[in-house]
Design a protein around this ligand. Structure first.
Ligand code: ADP
Ligand code: MG
Length: 258
């Protein structure tokens, strides 16, 4: 086998080595670069620099895609995809300031409040994606799923470990607080989570219920204000008051029907 490889042409050996090293871009572009070098259009070292640059870029993109996947975003959207003119109540300079991620470095929180479809989750994801791009560890969790997960950890006696896991993320996004009511046990778990992150790590919360309505969500005034207290200290609050983006095309459709 070894002697067979040794006997193969340099091109075949190079292709085999590139395949073993999983350098697919280099393998694909090798014939073109060989031609350019042999025809004197490019120096060997320039060809090598270009080929390895393409490989480095493709590896970086692969790692970014992998990190976006493992962050748990339901979909990937960016601020560039956000139609600011549709939702003028969103303070663009404030959101763009948040996108610099200084709030993450200062372990501050963000609260996005508004009725369904106004872009809360979109903005939270866009900020999360910026943080992933900047190499920060981000975790996106639906609020009900997060409470269920903590409850499950508690019942298995591994709550401390699970809280540590969540405390580790530089940015935790808790999506859709308030869509489902949370019982006393759930409120306590959420309080413990928010406490472990307080002044240490950033949290973004999206909610359809203003702080004033949290007592109803948690079924308890004391738990609600304990959680709100820790979330709202060092917090940027963004209230979105516009129409649902999901329904934006409705009037036009209705007009057509008429
Ligand atoms: P919310 O979380 O407030 O209920 P979402 O962020 O899930 O709403 O928005 C619903 C859908 O509409 C998503 O697909 C989102 O990308 C899109 N969307 C909402 N607002 C905008 C906007 N201003 N520009 C572009 N897309 C938007
Ligand atoms: Mg949402």
């Amino acid at each position: 086998m070894d002697s067979a490889i040794a006997e193969a042409s340099p091109y075949v050996r190079a292709q085999r080595n590139l395949a073993t090293l999983k350098l697919d871009q280099m393998a694909a572009s090798l014939p073109d670069y060989m031609r350019m070098v042999s025809e004197g259009d490019m120096e060997f070292v320039s060809a090598l620099a270009e080929m390895t640059s393409a490989e480095v870029r493709s590896r970086e993109q692969r790692i970014l895609r992998q990190r976006l996947r493992s962050s748990g975003f339901p979909y990937v959207k960016s601020l560039a995809d956000f139609d600011w003119s549709f939702q003028p109540s969103v303070p663009r300079p404030k959101v763009e300031e948040l996108a610099t991620l200084r709030f993450v470095d200062r372990a501050e929180n963000v609260l996005l409040v508004g009725s369904p479809g106004v872009g809360k989750t979109h903005l939270a994801i866009a900020l999360g994606v910026e943080a992933v791009r900047a190499g920060r560890e981000v975790r996106f969790m639906d609020c009900a799923r997060l409470v269920d997960d903590l409850r499950d950890a508690q019942s298995r006696g591994i709550l401390k470990k699970r809280l540590k896991y969540y405390a580790h993320s530089k940015l935790l996004i808790i999506d859709e607080l308030g869509y489902l009511n949370i019982d006393e046990g759930g409120a306590d778990l959420l309080f413990q989570l928010v406490s472990t992150r307080y002044e240490q790590r950033s949290t973004i919360i999206t909610t359809n219920v203003g702080i004033g309505g949290w007592a109803k969500v948690f079924g308890d005034e004391v738990a609600a204000s304990a959680i709100a207290d820790r979330v709202c200290h060092h917090c940027s609050m963004i209230k979105i008051t516009g129409r649902s983006y999901r329904l934006k095309d409705l009037p036009a459709e209705k007009k057509r029907e008429e």
